[in-house]
Structures are given as C-alpha cells and as structure tokens.
Design a protein. Sequence first.
Length: 406
Amino acid sequence: MQSGHVTTPFGRRPMTLALVKGQFETANIRSGKSADKWKIYRDACDARTLLGVRDRALAVLNALLSFHPEVELKEGDNLVVFPSNAQLSARANGIAGTTLRENLALLVQAGLIHRQDSPNGKRYARKSRDGAIETAYGFNLAPLLARAEELAQMAQEVAEERRRLKIVRERITITRRNIRKLISAAMEEGAGGDWAFVEDQYLAAVARLRAAKTLSDLADCLDELSLLQEEISNMLEDLLLSQKTDANDAEWRQHKQNSNPESSNELEPRSEDEQGAKPAIQNERRHEPLKAFPLGMVLRACPDIAMYGPDGAISHWRDLMTAAVVVRSMLGVSPSAYQEACEVMGPENAAVAIACILERAGHISSPGGYLRDLTRKAARGEFSLGPMLMALLRANGNRDSVGNAG
C-alpha cells in the first residue's frame, strides 16, 4: 500500500486522505438538514471553475441526481443511487463508457459524490420485505447535501468575480476609445508633442491587454491605460492653456497699441480672470494625492531596480519596496529622507521614486537631496511620478531602438 493512500475494504480503488476527510464530514450532516437537489446542482455548475470540474462531468452529475426520486436531499434518507453504466450513459446524452468512468472519477475527486462500494463491486440495493431499501451500493449524493452552503458561497464568489470582470472590461473599452480619440485629434490637428511615441505606448499597452486573462492582469492593464489617458489629457490641456495664454498676451499687446490709456482699464477684469485660470487649475491639482502606477509599467521604465530584488527579480510590490531599501542605502540616501518620502508619497510611490533615481543616477549629483526635493514638492501637491515614468519609458524605448539597430 502506497504512502498517503488507503484502499477501500475490497481493494478495488485507491482513496486519498482528502476523500476520507470528505467522508467524515459527510457523516456529520446536521440532523434534519435538507436542500433542493437542483439548486445545489446549479450552484455546482456556477462554481465549476473553483471545483475544477468540466461540463461533461456536470452532465454526469445531473444524470445521477435524476435517479434520486425526491426533489430534496434529506439527512436520514437513502442518498445512494445505483444506476448501471448503460442507464447513466443514456441519461447523460449517450456519453461513452470510458468517458463516463473518467467523469465519475472527477466528481469523486472534487468531493461532490462518494462511491459506496458493494462486496462484488456491483451497484444494487437490498430491499426489505415491505419493499423499502435497506442497503444500497453505488454513488452517495450526501456530499452535495453536506456542502450545500459551501457550494452556494462558491457560486456567489464566481458571480461576483464575473461581475467585476465585466466592469473592468467595460472600463478598458471606454478608456481605449478615449485614448484613440485623443491621439487621433492631436495628430490630425498637428498638436505639438511626440504623438508617435505616445501612440507606440498605447499600442504596447493594447498588446499586453491581449495576453491578460485574470482579473488582476486586466486591472493592471486598466491602470496603465488610465495613466496613459491622464498623461495625454494633461499634455493637451497644457498645450491649450499655453495657446490661450499666448493668444491673451497677443490680444493685450494689440489692445495697448490701439487704445488710449483711459480705455485700457476696460480689459483689466477679464485679464485678471484669464491669468487666474491657470493658477486655479494648479491649485486644484495641488490637493490630489499621488496616484499608484502599474508595477509592470514601473519595471519597464526602471529596469535597473530588478537586479536588487529577491533572487534578482521583482514580482510583487513587496519585492520592489525591499529592493528600494537596498538601493536607498547604495545611493547614500539617508534613512530619514526615505522615511519622510514614504510618509508623504506612500511606501509604494517612494519605492518608485527610488527606482527612478537609480535609473538616472549618473545625472543626479545628490540622490538624497533630490529625493528630499521631490518629497517637499509632493507634500505641496506639485509633483507627480507620471511624467518622470513617461520620460524614462521614452528614454528606454529609444535606447532599445539603438540597441536593435546596432
């Protein structure tokens, strides 16, 4: 007998300790408990990804349930069904014998049914003189009753995950559409800026989106696209404000040339409003907290930090923060300066700032002083990591292009 396994009393099939545990739990069903078998079945279908069962196995489970005469599974009742393989196959849409046995094994492994083996391995029931079933050998449906609440909870979790996935996908679609419109408008109207580079960043983000499968991966893609949209909006906003200021200055100079001193006061209120518009926007931004950035984007902008992570790699934010402590010491940044940055920016953003400083270490004479300056600006709401990361992405993109060309 192999370690970790026990055999059934008649030595026909191996049984894992997990299945033994499941049988013990099934034996402790609350007295008088009952549940609708089809409600349990629907919950099992909804939770199939968490249970690790496929659709064909669920079709076999449906067939097994159809052999139980009552709608409800009740504690104290006989919950063992004993159809032949031919009967099961007929009710499971003609499934082949080999496939039937394979999916029955999957249901047992998933803890949805138990085998109730007879001495000769056959499935049958022994009845009393009055026709009542005394003993039955086949498949025990008791695990479904024992796990009814658990399966309902799992079904709810899957439904919630599906709902969040739908929301994230919708937001990604809207964000992609907005970015595409902004880039197209900027290019068509000849707006100043490196829009070809911006479009390359957008296409790279979309390429990563195609490979995203899980909710976490999609959320990271949404964060990256949202950041890109924000940066594009800021670029266009700054451009429009600059054009408006230039137009106002030109209008004011023209007015001074064509007007007498007495009439010059007519434009003063409007000029003050217009000149006050830009500081108003700046003040509004000043109170916004620093935004978090996708880890993947940070590592693309600051690849040098990766070698300081655990085992020379960074997989999680915790790894990045660990690496930042190492780099902080290496760069000569004092613990107090880094602690202050963590308090003002947040530990994740402080680690990103250290990664950015490392990437530009050859151009920064005093990393500690530079970090303190960034921290003071962040405290006043005058600093964002976004432009720094975008500049590093651009620089690394250009470096890669030169390397490929060489």
